[in-house]
Design a protein around this ligand. Sequence first.
Ligand code: ZN
Ligand code: ZN
Length: 167
Amino acid sequence: MTEPGPLRCATHPDVETNLRCGKCGKLICPRCLVQTPVGARCRDCAKIKRLPTYRLSSAYYLRATGAALGAAAVIGVGWGLITGLFSFIYLNLILAAGVGYAIAEITGLAVNRKRGLPLAIIGSAGVFFCYLVNIFTFGRIPGLGLGLLLDIIAVAVAVSTAVSRLR
Ligand SMILES: [Zn+2]
Ligand SMILES: [Zn+2]
C-alpha cells in the first residue's frame, strides 16, 4: 500500500470497511463478519469456540437419557408407593419437588454435572416418565377433575425443580 486509502476487507478487497475482528484484528466487512455473544468476529475466529459446558457429545446425551429414564422408573414406583400410604395434597407437592430433584441429580451426575437446555429437556422427559410409572404401576390414573389438576400441579413442580438444576 503506497497511498493511504480507505480500509478494505481482508476477504473481500472490493469492500471498504473499518470493522475489525475483535479477536485477531483482521479487517472484516458486513458480508463476512459473524456476530457472537462477545462481539463481531471474522469467520475463522467465530468458528473456534463455544462455551464448552454447553457442547456435549451425543454419547453424553444418551448417558443422560439412560440415567434419567432409569432413575424415573425406580423413583416412579417409590412415588406411587408413598402416595398410596399418605395422600395429602401438600405432601404430594413436596414429594413432587423431591422427585424432580432426585431425577435432576442422577441425570447431572451421569454427565459430570454438565448443564444446558438439552439436559433440562431430558430431565423433564424423565419426570414425565416417572409420573407415568407412578400412576400406571398402581392403576391410579386420575379422572378429569381435582385429582388431575393436582397431578398437573405436582408434575409442574417436579419439572420446574428438575429444570432449575439442569439448565
Ligand atoms: Zn479473527
Ligand atoms: Zn468481507
